[in-house]
Design a protein around this ligand. Structure first.
Ligand code: H2B
Length: 104
């Protein structure tokens, strides 16, 4: 089930297949710091991610400073990481690639 918490083994396996994402120290979220060439790329990434998150009704915890975007994903109403976080992480990796090749 997409909304069930992944156990530590399932989480480790999922993380092994999503580039650059790590489990948080408390095991309740997954994290990645994205770095772009400039603010425009960073914001293009955030825009794509925001639209996908809204469609999924599953939202990131994130912050932006100039050309970096720090992202933490957790399923808050389950108190941990579920398939929804893994799915959004995969999408965000794709959106980062797209934002970088937009040439904006
Ligand atoms: N996003 C995340 N990351 N975790 C949640 O538990 C969550 C969410 N809950 N987005 C959703 C919205 C919930 O509040 C609505 C009612 O579905």
């Amino acid at each position: 089930m997409a909304r069930e918490r992944l156990d530590p083994a399932a989480l480790a396996e999922a993380l092994g297949s999503i580039d650059g994402w790590n489990g948080s120290a408390d095991g309740k979220s997954i994290e990645k710091n994205f770095e772009f060439r400039n603010f425009s790329e960073a914001f293009a990434f955030m825009t794509r991610s925001a639209l996908a998150a809204e469609k999924m009704d599953h939202h990131p915890d994130w912050s932006n400073s100039y050309r970096t975007v720090k992202v933490s994903l957790s399923t808050h109403d389950r108190g941990g990481v579920t398939e929804l976080d893994v799915e959004l992480a995969r999408k965000m990796n794709r959106f980062a690639g797209a934002a970088r090749s937009d040439g904006l």
